[in-house]
Design a protein around this ligand. Structure first.
Ligand code: SAH
Length: 342
């Protein structure tokens, strides 16, 4: 028997042509699309479809879903961290955060990661597999049903490197912003990359309205190559040239992430070097205290050191903030819950 098709990963056009093969009228595609993106888990909930159509859908397709394995809620700020399992038992993490502007969900794009960043828990056991578009949507659907809230913002900053799963992420973004589905403006979406330069150029060609976040974490190649292996392929010059080209093409501000690691990248000299490199760019710099991972030796920078760093970078005319840490009591930075469950 042919493998069942993943219905939720299809866009409307694909659904329409699929319905043709079932001899069903094409308007059914819109109905099914709406049901799927409302988060139904069975065909029997699709009450406006004929019984025979439901039966043939059951035979040929499936509705993907995620299951909650663990759920931790922060006593400090209400941040919720989910460990979800996928159909094949792989686990991923998703974090729900409350901000003044609404609820933001941090989703995973891969099970594991092959980028090898030295401070990150998600990459400890390498890449298991890519997530399908449906599995990215399922994280949003499950989190909003479970938490009874409307998620207004999505950040692709969970487990995995989104640009290392380019086609599926692009399809997910398309589905997420579809009128008949969740209808989320891509202005409410951020995509974070460790700096796959070729894929930044590929993304640029789509001129999406999302915010590109670049995990920079160091002001020069010597430091960056020690903590981020990707830098040995594309150094900082190539990365920042790509960022400038991206800003020019899309008119969108880039957000640079900088995890502050005690004694590694947090000196005043590093701050000056960073300021000099980024000076004049349409960007925002986010300083984050590195979250210690038990398998790694890195420690957080002290707050006074971070503040000093911030004020030096600010002197270069760059908007720079020390990011508020949410869910500090539940280890909300991604990868650690999954690691513990393995
Ligand atoms: N692969 C993508 C997105 C996932 S990681 C990327 O690299 O951007 C999301 C963010 O968390 C990245 O900025 C990453 O560098 C950062 N990060 C990973 N481990 C961290 C840790 N232990 N402490 C602080 N930030 C961390």
């Amino acid at each position: 028997m042919p493998e069942k098709q993943d219905l939720k990963s299809m866009n409307l056009e694909e659904l329409r042509s699929f319905f043709q093969t079932l001899n069903a009228p094409s308007y059914r595609a819109g109905q099914v699309f709406a049901w799927l993106h409302r988060g139904v888990s069975s065909f029997d909930e699709m009450t406006d479809l004929s019984l025979s159509l439901r039966e043939s859908l059951k035979k040929t397709t499936y509705i993907s879903s995620v299951k909650i394995v663990r759920k931790l809620t922060s006593a400090l700020d209400g941040t919720v961290k989910y460990l979800f399992s996928l159909e094949d038992g792989e686990c991923i993490e998703t974090v729900l955060m409350k901000y003044s502007y609404g609820y933001s969900l941090c989703i995973s794009t891969q099970a594991g990661c092959r980028m090898g960043c030295g401070f990150c828990a998600s990459t400890l056991n390498g890449l298991r597999r890519l997530l399908k578009p449906s599995e990215m949507l399922d994280q949003i659907l499950m989190a909003s049903v479970d938490s009874h809230c409307r998620i207004s913002h999505v950040v692709l900053m969970g487990i995995g490197e989104p640009l290392d799963n380019f086609e599926n992420v692009l399809k997910f973004l398309h589905l997420l912003s579809c009128k008949g589905g969740l209808n989320m403006s891509l202005r409410h979406v951020s995509l974070s990359t460790c700096g796959l330069v070729s894929e930044i150029y590929r993304l640029m060609d789509y001129r999406l309205q999302l915010t590109l976040s670049v995990s920079l974490h160091a002001p020069n190649d010597v430091i960056r190559s020690t903590i981020m292996p990707v830098n040995r392929k594309w150094g900082i010059d190539a990365l920042l040239t790509a960022c400038r080209d991206y800003i020019k093409a899309t008119g969108r501000r880039i957000s640079f992430e900088y995890a502050m690691i005690d004694g590694v990248n947090d000196s005043p000299a590093c701050a000056r070097e960073l300021g000099t490199r980024l000076h004049g760019m349409l960007c925002h710099v986010n300083l984050i205290p590195v979250n210690p991972v038990k398998e790694r030796k890195y420690r957080k920078s002290r707050l006074d050191k971070m503040e000093r760093f911030r004020s030096i970078v600010a002197k270069f005319g760059l908007p720079v903030t020390v990011r508020r840490t949410l869910g500090a009591d539940i280890n909300a930075s991604c990868g650690q819950l999954r690691q513990a469950a393995q």
